[in-house]
Design a protein around this ligand. Structure first.
Ligand code: FAD
Length: 413
């Protein structure tokens, strides 16, 4: 782009949002960073950017570097940081209409004094902006108790490539016809720029219960989890530690080599929470396990939700496995680590009906890529893996909605 075209773009952005909110964005693929203060300003920025032939790159809490395209068009990075207002809270219907620049944690801080919550999603997920959480579908954004985060999305408002705004919630969810919000969930900024969302929320649970169990093997523990889930237990969290991981995380806990520790949390009205805990206990017993020191589960929960430090190092490898593949992937990863002569410890968590996430910490990080290949060959899905079979349809949709290819062109390419 020529200097005069760049000047025209900067002037157009300043006209849309004011000079205080247009800065230079450095980096490998530099551009302008624009921070609109309203959905109307987002629409104006996108409309003007498209007219001037530049590309749009939404940014939320920026937990992932933007995959800006390397083409020679000028880039406009649009930050959601000023879209940080709750627009409406309906405590009767348990719905919140929020702008997307708020992080999940910030929204939790607004909801908590009213006895409300987004739900039992992993705290690390809620460090992202609401826009980022909705725009990127990842296996960890779910809880057995509250489902996938996208299920909580009752409607979204988004700006399309030509500056038009779409609101998917114009009727209650029980109306008929296709749900366009689904297209925007997980579209990583390629279909539209999400400015606000209506989310299903929950009451803060009356009771939280935790339990710790020992089981004879990883297979038995995974079987117990799915036995309980098939019985419709809705735990707020479950984690299985293999013996090496248990020794790393809990001092003085020595398990037999094949044994595993399972920690589980349940929540809700006291009777329901107790019922869910009993379902999990029964499933553990059915798989040859037994209850152990609840203090272990209390420590697990405090580390997860109350900021108590988790022993370093952090996992080096994350793999998603379906219920039937989880144990196969776990065994393949551990066997490969042993073959390569590196230590490996693992835990599995974020269980839902689709599967769970295996987190592995390797003694030698340099072996990560080799072990990832083995995990994928065993049927695991690596962090960021995407089903690409429907890419033709996605490309057609993008071509219709965004013929100039300006919306996050380096993403889902
Ligand atoms: C492909 C991919 C896979 C990931 N997998 C995992 C995982 O398995 N586990 C995990 O813990 N983390 C994962 N992450 C990292 C991170 O947890 C998520 O991306 C998170 O949702 C990012 O939120 P954020 O607010 O930091 O957004 P950012 O990192 O700033 O943006 C993430 C993506 O969403 C787009 N985006 C942001 N806001 C909007 C908006 N308002 N409208 C439209 N598009 C928007 C951005 O352009 C970018 O493409 C993954 C990230 C990506 C991109």
């Amino acid at each position: 782009m020529t200097a005069s075209a760049m000047t025209a773009l900067r002037s157009a952005m300043v006209a849309a949002v004011g000079p205080a909110y247009v800065t230079d964005e450095p980096g490998e693929h530099p551009g302008l960073r624009v921070t609109p203060g309203s959905a109307a300003e987002v629409a104006e920025v996108i409309r003007r950017t498209g007219e001037l032939g530049a590309t749009i790159h939404p940014i939320g809490a920026r937990r992932r570097p933007v995959e800006a395209s390397a083409d020679d068009r000028e880039r406009v990075f649009i930050s959601t940081s000023r879209l940080d207002q709750v627009l409406q809270l309906d405590e009767h219907s348990l719905l919140v209409h929020t702008q997307v620049g708020l992080t999940g944690q910030a929204l939790e801080r607004i909801l908590a004094p009213r006895g409300l919550s987004l739900g039992d999603y992993p705290p690390v997920v809620l460090a992202s902006s609401i826009g980022g959480i909705i725009a990127v579908r990842t296996p960890g954004k779910s809880s057995a108790r509250h489902g996938f985060f996208e299920d909580a999305v009752v409607g979204v408002s988004a700006v399309l490539a030509d500056g038009r705004t779409v609101h998917t919630r114009v009727a209650p969810r029980r109306s008929t016809g296709p749900d366009l919000a689904r297209v925007l969930c997980g579209s990583e900024g390629t279909i539209g720029f999400i400015t606000s969302a209506v989310l299903r929320i929950h009451k803060v649970p009356e009771a939280r219960l935790v339990g710790a169990y020992l089981l004879p093997s990883m297979e038995a523990a995974i079987n117990a989890v799915y036995l309980a889930l098939r019985e419709e237990a809705a735990p707020s969290g479950i984690r299985i530690y293999d013996a090496a991981e248990a020794a790393r995380h809990f001092s003085n806990l020595e398990l037999a080599p094949d044994q595993v520790l399972m920690c589980a949390g349940t929540a809700g009205p006291t009777d329901l929470a107790a019922c869910d805990r009993d379902l999990i206990t029964s499933a553990v017993i059915a798989e040859g396990g037994w209850a152990t020191d609840t203090g272990l589960a209390e420590l697990w929960w405090r580390r997860l939700h109350e900021g108590e430090p988790t022993p370093a190092p952090l996992p080096t490898l994350q793999v998603m496995g379906t219920p039937t593949k989880l144990q196969v992937v776990y065994r393949a990863v551990i066997a490969e680590a042993a073959r390569l002569g590196t230590s490996a410890s693992a835990h599995i968590s974020r269980f839902d009906p689709d599967g769970g996430l295996l987190f592995v910490t390797l003694g030698d990080e340099a072996q990560t890529a080799t072990i990832e290949k083995v995990a994928a060959a065993a049927g695991g899905w690596l962090l960021g893996a995407r089903a690409t079979k429907l890419d033709g349809y996605l490309r057609s949709l993008r071509a219709v909605l965004d013929p100039r290819g300006i919306m996050n062109p380096g993403t889902l390419a």
